[in-house]
Design a binder for this molecule. Structure first.
Ligand code: DX5
Ligand code: ZN
Length: 217
C-alpha cells in the first residue's frame, strides 16, 4: 500500500493545527515537516517549538521531519523530543558523518531517513542502505514547495529500489517534491512506496480524492 505524507509547507500557517487535521481526515498517513535553516537551502521555515505544539495538539499523528539543515547532528535530539517519529537528514549536509547521524537518530528513539538532492548520485546511499529505515529521493531541488517534478527522478528511484532488492533490504522509499496525479504513478512504478505531497494536496478541492487515488496506485 502506498503511503502519503502530507507536506504542511503548503498549509495555511495561520490555522496550522486545523490544516493538519484536514489532511489527516483526508487520509494522509503522516505529516511531513520540512525544516529549512537558510543555509543548507535558501529558505527558512519552522523549527522545534512549532513541531512540539503540533505534536501536543495531535498526539496520534505521525510526524516525519525532513531536515534541510546544515547541522542535523546538533538538532536531531530536540526534534525527536518534540515528537518526530521519523528524522530524515541530507547526506550532503554531513558527508563525513552519515553513519554517526543515523546512529544518533536511532539512539534518540526515532527512525532514520537519508535523503539525496537531485545532483547527488544515487550510489551515495549504497553504504548506508542497511542502516536506513527510509530513503528519500528528492523530486525537486530542496527549498520550496510547488516546484516542477524533475524528469530524471523515476529512474533514480528505480536505481535505489534495485539496490535495495539486490540486498534484500526494505527501507521505505519516499519521493518528495512535485508529486501530483501525473507524477505519482511514475514514482510508484519505479518502486516508491511513500509519497510526499504538498501543493497538490493542500490546493486540491477534494484532498480525500487525491489521497485515495495515490493510495490505490
Ligand atoms: C521541498 C520540500 C517538499 C515540498 C513538497 O524542499 O522538501 O516537502 O514541500 O511540496 P510539493 O509537493 O508542493 O512539491
Ligand atoms: Zn520535504
Amino acid at each position: 500500500m502506498i503511503q502519503v505524507s502530507a507536506s504542511i509547507l503548503s498549509a495555511d500557517f495561520a490555522t496550522l493545527g486545523q490544516e493538519c487535521i484536514r489532511v489527516l481526515d483526508a487520509g494522509a498517513d503522516m505529516l511531513h515537516y520540512d525544516v529549512m535553516d537558510g543555509h543548507f537551502v535558501p529558505n527558512i521555515t519552522y523549527g522545534i517549538p512549532v513541531l512540539a505544539s503540533l505534536c501536543r495538539a495531535l498526539p496520534q499523528a505521525c510526524f516525519d521531519a525532513h531536515l534541510m539543515i546544515r547541522d542535523p547532528i546538533r538538532y536531531t535530539p530536540q526534534f525527536i523530543k518534540a515528537g518526530a517519529e521519523w528524522i530524515t537528514f541530507h547526506l550532503e549536509a554531513v558527508p563525513d558523518a552519515v553513519e554517526q547521524t543515523i546512529d544518533l537518530i536511532h539512539q534518540s528513539g526515532a527512525k532514520a531517513g537519508g535523503s539525496i538532492c537531485p545532483a547527488t548520485p544515487v550510489e551515495a546511499l549504497d553504504p548506508y542502505l542497511d542502516k536506513l529505515d527510509l530513503v528519500l529521493i528528492m523530486g525537486v531541488e530542496p527549498g520550496f514547495g510547488g516546484q516542477k517534478f524533475l524528469p530524471q527522478t523515476p529512474e533514480r528511484v528505480a536505481a535505489v529500489a534495485k539496490a535495495c532488492a539486490a540486498r534484500n533490504l526494505h527501507p521505505v522509499i519516499q519521493v518528495d517534491g512535485g508529486i501530483n496525479a501525473q507524477t505519482a504513478p511514475l514514482c510508484v512504478a519505479a518502486g516508491a512506496n511513500n509519497l510526499v505531497m504538498g501543493s497538490a494536496l493542500f490546493g486540491a478541492n477534494d484532498p480525500a480524492e487525491v489521497v485515495r487515488a495515490v493510495k490505490s496506485l
